[in-house]
Ligand binder design. Structure first.
Ligand code: 9MR
Length: 420
């Protein structure tokens, strides 16, 4: 059927993108990942020049990559991705393919991205992430089904107390249903705790809470389980990493929420600890105790969004990189040693696209771009890369519970929806 693949629009570019996404050489089992350049791509260039770059790339690729080190120790390792860069920037695609055994769309599966209007869905960019991941034997986290942010503009005038449950249910049935059987996990509810809102149960006064009361959480998880019987259903939150009083209290409310859910038989498989840190942050005994308590409750833990802002460090790059790397090391070494921590993702792979540089209120006073991730602006590995890899190595070799990151995993590619 020429000119129509079901997507309705941009057919030509979608096909080109799909061809590109699937053309990158497949990653083979651990140790055999030598050639990951998408077909027809040149060796990556850097300011450092080819001579200096080649040995450095060699040092972090193939069996020396984060994903290979993770695979040897029962840990999925990866990052948030943006389908536009996977599509348009070979060096980005190559780095993601080479380093990650799990990816998560940074924005492409949020309501604002999927829901152009109350009645239609646009899955094109979300599909692109899934197709890329599957063609590189990577697992995919879904992020997210229910959050107080990234809600489309039409939401406020359309979703009411009367129809909110219906909107939430229908969204989850459609989105989780579309990818059923293909995802590693879903962040079903994101960031539902906010102590400043002053409720005894710690719940945030989100639009969902205001429209439906606390029952929205249970509805979201139950609906997600019905729609996808295999994805690990996750509650994901931030500000629960440290042993400051505020974070101890918030962690306590997350624990209470998860305990209430389990007591009511609500399906939950994992807790996501986002881990947006500042240089100098270090975990205390409280975080490790929390992870162990979750283990006793038969729950997995994912480090879902790690990065380290260098805002408080002086300008010289070497000092900032050392401070950021130390924070990765100090944080990940004890955390990744816990056996129920089964996945660790950074919020991006390269400093070039970190969300931190898009925050006017929070960026560095000297205006310098931040360096929070394992690869710098030019795709050179940063000291944080090596800190992360060492922390992975510090973990006892073990099998992933029920999942080998390199197990054959080739479900049918998602079909493109009608979208006009
Ligand atoms: O990095 C994301 C940024 O590009 C988006 O504009 C923003 C709003 O959708 O969300 C950012 O990602 C957030 C994630 O979805 C949830 N935890 C906090 C992340 C950083 O704000």
């Amino acid at each position: 059927m020429s000119g129509n693949d079901g997507s309705g629009v941009r057919r030509g570019s979608a096909k080109t993108r799909r061809e590109f996404l699937t053309s990158a050489a497949a990653v083979t089992a651990a140790g055999g990942m030598a050639s990951l350049l998408p077909l027809g791509c040149e060796q990556p260039k850097s300011k450092m020049g080819q001579g200096a770059l080649a040995p450095m790339l060699d040092d972090v690729s193939g069996s020396r990559s984060l994903r290979a080190h993770g695979a040897a120790r029962g840990l999925l390792v990866g990052c948030a991705v943006n389908p536009d860069h996977l599509d348009g920037e070979p060096e980005y695609a190559r780095t993601v393919a080479e380093q990650a055994s799990i990816v998560v769309p940074e924005n492409a599966m949020k309501w604002a991205a999927l829901r152009p209007n109350p009645t239609q869905y646009d899955f094109r960019r979300a599909d692109d992430v899934v197709v890329f991941a599957l063609s590189h034997e990577q697992k995919v986290r879904g992020h997210n089904l229910c959050w107080h942010e990234a809600i489309p503009a039409w939401f406020a005038g359309t979703v009411t107390k009367e129809n909110a449950a219906q909107y939430l249910t229908q969204h989850i049935q459609t989105v989780a249903g579309r990818y059923a059987g293909k995802l590693h996990s879903w962040d079903v509810v994101n960031e539902a705790i906010e102590l400043k809102d002053g409720r005894p149960d710690g719940l945030r006064n989100s639009p969902w809470l205001e429209l439906m009361g606390p029952s929205y959480i249970e509805l979201a998880f139950r609906t997600a389980r019905e729609a996808d019987g295999t994805a690990l259903l996750t509650y994901n939150d931030y500000g629960i990493e440290l042993d400051t009083q505020e974070q101890i209290d918030k962690r306590g409310q997350v624990m209470m929420l998860v305990r209430r859910m389990q007591a009511r038989g609500v399906p939950i498989d994992a807790v996501g600890i986002q881990s947006h840190l500042s240089a100098g942050d270090a975990p205390g005994a409280g975080l490790i105790h929390f992870i162990r308590e979750l283990r006793a409750m038969n729950l997995q833990v994912f480090i879902t969004e790690m990065d380290v802002n260098d805002r408080k460090l002086p300008e010289p790059v070497a000092e900032r990189d050392a401070g950021v790397a130390k924070t990765y090391r100090d944080y990940l070494t004890p955390v990744l040693a816990e056996p129920n921590v089964t996945a660790a993702l950074t919020w991006g792979i390269t400093d070039r696209y970190t969300w931190l540089n898009g925050l006017p209120h929070a960026s560095r006073a000297d205006g310098k771009p931040e360096r929070p991730l394992p690869f710098d602006y030019d795709y050179n590995p940063t000291p944080a890369f090596f800190a992360e890899r060492d922390a992975i190595d510090g973990r006892t070799a073990q099998a992933l519970p029920g999942a080998n990151p390199y197990a054959p995993f080739h479900p049918t590619q998602p079909q493109r929806p009608q979208f006009e």
